[in-house]
Design a protein around this ligand. Structure first.
Ligand SMILES: NC(=O)c1ccc[n+]([C@@H]2O[C@H](COP(=O)([O-])OP(=O)(O)OC[C@H]3O[C@@H](n4cnc5c(N)ncnc54)[C@H](O)[C@@H]3O)[C@@H](O)[C@H]2O)c1
Length: 361
């Protein structure tokens, strides 16, 4: 089998720190064949690091090139929908970074466009492919026995971690008009959810939900299924912190996001029954090859017994791309598809509606 030829749209932080290194590691499966970004400096850097790759003149040229089999959409969120429509027209396999889009409206149009599509569209929620997450599925209490779920992201931004070990190029050569157009397109999409005259902290809260919290909202749904709704939601600290209470009928899943400058990454999903506690611990931001952990605690006549699976060094991003490749080869549907992402966004819209009911602080 020859390696699939990948074209990358967007060569920013996640492309440099994650996707390009993983694609090079998995060179038996993928070849980095095409690059495009609105920053020429980023294309030049990519070309210097990926011999044999072609730098394209535009996103459309890369998407429509007969030399590209798979398109990775790694550009800013507002570009995801137009690039995916174009990739579907060009009949390409697609890895779409999360959040798939910023609104359910964009996803509705994409889902309609992709009806009967024979190629793979895979949304990049890597936490779903972490080994600790996969192993947790076999350890969870039966759904009817779950009594409580606690989920949190108590973290600092990626730059706190990436800058210690990687040399990401943040470009300074992007046309300011393009940057402004992108920011306006993003604001217009977010405005559709939070309202045109929404306060800044609500806008920030929605950005946080779509950017950071989407990982855990998606992972929660993957483990537990669909919640019945959102019981309550609140934002504080100018929208940097959010709390959402998801309604699972006989239990709640409480989610907390806190973003600060402490330089820690403390993220976990904890599922409890009366006699068992399962914790998936993501110690890492998006730095590859740092471990995830699974902790299981069960009641016993002599007291609680602990089992751990850790450290688990297999990398969630590498697993994600292996899974994507398998779906392409087997022509099977990924769990993290467009419909799955739409369900995340619908929940985020409900969380925003609840936040609007509560005074800001
Ligand atoms: N899975 C994860 O853990 C993870 C982590 C970080 C980011 N992401 C997602 O990946 C995407 C990119 O995030 P990032 O942190 O790399 O952002 P970034 O801003 O560092 O990079 C985005 C790149 O897209 C380019 N771009 C913008 N508009 C473009 C256009 N019209 N055509 C081509 N290129 C364009 C920018 O120049 C920039 O280089 C976002 O959707 C983000 O949510 C996912």
């Amino acid at each position: 089998m020859s390696a699939l030829r990948v074209g990358l749209l967007g060569l920013g932080e996640v492309a440099q720190s994650i996707h390009l290194p993983v694609l090079r590691d998995q060179r038996h499966l993928w070849k980095v064949a095409g690059l495009f970004d609105v920053s020429k400096k980023l294309i030049d850097l990519g070309l210097s690091q990926n011999p044999g790759a072609v730098g394209y003149e535009s996103a459309a040229a890369l998407i429509n090139s007969p030399d590209i089999d798979v398109v990775f959409i790694l550009s800013s969120d507002e570009t995801h929908a137009p690039f995916l429509h174009a990739a579907i027209n060009a009949k390409k396999h697609v890895l779409l970074e999360k959040p798939a889009c910023l609104t359910t409206g964009e996803l509705d149009a994409l889902i309609e466009h992709a009806k009967g599509y024979e190629k793979t569209i895979f949304v990049g929620y890597m936490r779903r492919y972490a080994s600790a997450y996969q192993a947790a599925r076999a350890e969870l209490p039966a759904f009817e026995d779950i009594t409580h779920v606690r989920i949190f992201d108590l973290i600092s931004e990626g730059r706190h971690f990436l800058s210690k070990s990687q040399n990401v190029l943040y470009p300074d050569d992007i046309d300011p008009d393009l940057l402004q157009k992108g920011a306006m397109a993003r604001a217009a999409l977010i405005g559709q959810v939070v309202g045109d005259k929404a306060p800044a902290d609500l806008v920030r809260a929605y950005r946080g939900l779509t950017a950071l919290s989407s990982h855990h909202i998606n992972a929660m749904r993957g483990l537990l299924g669909e919640p019945e709704g959102v019981l309550a939601a609140h934002r504080t600290n100018a929208g940097a912190n959010t709390t959402v209470m998801f309604d699972y009928g006989h239990f709640v899943a409480n989610y907390d996001a806190v973003v600060d400058d402490l330089g820690l990454f403390d993220a976990m999903i904890e599922v409890r029954s009366n006699t068992k506690r399962v914790r998936i611990i993501y110690d890492t931001p998006y730095i590859r090859s740092l471990p995830t952990r699974l902790e299981i605690t069960e009641a016993s006549p002599t007291g609680p017994r602990h089992r751990t699976m850790d450290p688990i060094y297999s990398d969630a991003f590498s697993n994600e791309l292996l899974t994507f490749h398998r779906h392409i080869m087997d022509k099977t549907a990924p769990e993290t598809d467009l419909e799955d992402s739409r369900r995340d966004l619908a929940l985020m819209e409900k969380a925003i509606a609840k936040m609007k009911e509560i005074r800001a602080s």
